[in-house]
Design a protein around this ligand. Structure first.
Ligand SMILES: N[C@@H](CCC(=O)N[C@@H](CS)C(=O)NCC(=O)O)C(=O)O
Length: 278
């Protein structure tokens, strides 16, 4: 593990960390924000999973989360969105498959299965490394955007008891039934749809047995809302299963980090409540 860069931020520090990943079979880089309170002892940690085309840097640079994270005393970890430097055939040909588009699954299909094991990376390997190397407490929160919102919901729903708090911005709620999800799942998991349901939040809600309240913000002017994101499918599944979901439609907002920056404060407070900080 090597700390590649450090930036002072709101009396805390943003660091970019490079390490050898066993899950992904390559070097991975993640970002971590340590609030000032981390100098005195362990603080709760929020994992942020980014969307298509992103790296570990988009959220740190654009969401404006550090000011409130410093006030509340929350660390934030931003993993990358796919393995890097693996040069698989077709890996860089499109923005919604391969590099920048790992979809937080463990691929079972060649050539992806050799490296694209982002589910294991974000749920097991990365938290173990972060807990060993940084002053964070054990029960994290998880959030994310779009593909990363899907990832956050799936990580929580498949790991009851693991997360103290969950939220998402414009998540891909029902990937089995949208073009982004179908393209990625066919490539990574194969054509058999029964292998997709473990990575589909709308389908997993029915089996959920850890009712941590989920906060979802969705912009009404998001260009991907109807075709790709399908928050209605998540809402219907939550109603059917009596799962606690707060879905907020935000009038006039789009899919960008301007939208995320507008509501990140509410999400940080939601996670702070989950951590028992407020
Ligand atoms: N039209 C976009 C589609 C991908 C997109 O909207 N990505 C979102 C996540 S799904 C994002 O966060 N992009 C990077 C950014 O805005 O910093 C592109 O080609 O980059």
């Amino acid at each position: 593990m090597e700390i590649a860069v450090r930036y002072r931020s709101f009396e805390g520090e943003v660091r970019r960390v490079r390490h050898a990943s066993e899950a992904c079979g390559c070097d991975m880089v993640f970002g971590i924000y340590l609030p000032p309170q981390a100098a005195d002892g362990p603080v709760p940690v929020l994992y942020w999973l980014s969307g298509l085309t992103c790296t570990d840097e988009n959220f740190m640079q654009k969401a404006g989360a550090q000011r409130l994270a410093a006030e509340l005393g929350i660390a934030i970890v931003c993993p990358d969105t796919s393995p890097r430097g693996t040069e698989l055939p077709g890996e860089h040909d499109s923005y919604d498959l391969g590099s920048g588009a790992g979809f937080y699954v463990n691929a079972t299909e060649a050539p992806w299965s050799a490296h694209y094991r982002m589910y294991d990376y974000v749920t097991a390997e990365l938290p173990a490394l972060v807990e060993a190397e940084f002053p964070v407490t054990g029960k994290p929160g998880i959030s994310g955007h779009s593909m990363g919102g899907h990832g956050a919901l799936v990580c929580h729903l498949r790991n009851p008891g693991r997360y103290a708090s969950v939220s998402a911005f414009a998540p891909i709620c029902h990937p089995s039934e949208c073009a982004w999800g179908q393209k990625a799942f066919t490539a990574y998991l194969g054509e058999a749809r029964e292998n997709w349901k473990d990575y589909d939040a709308a389908l997993l809600i029915g089996e959920a047995n850890d009712p941590v309240p989920i906060l979802v913000d969705q912009g009404s002017d998001d260009e991907f809302l109807g075709d790709q994101l399908k928050p209605g499918a998540l809402e219907q599944a939550c109603i059917a299963s009596h799962y606690p979901l707060e879905l907020r439609m935000q009038d006039g907002y789009d899919h960008s980090y301007y939208f995320i920056a507008s509501f990140i404060g509410d999400h940080l407070r939601h996670h702070a409540r989950g951590f028992g900080l407020i």
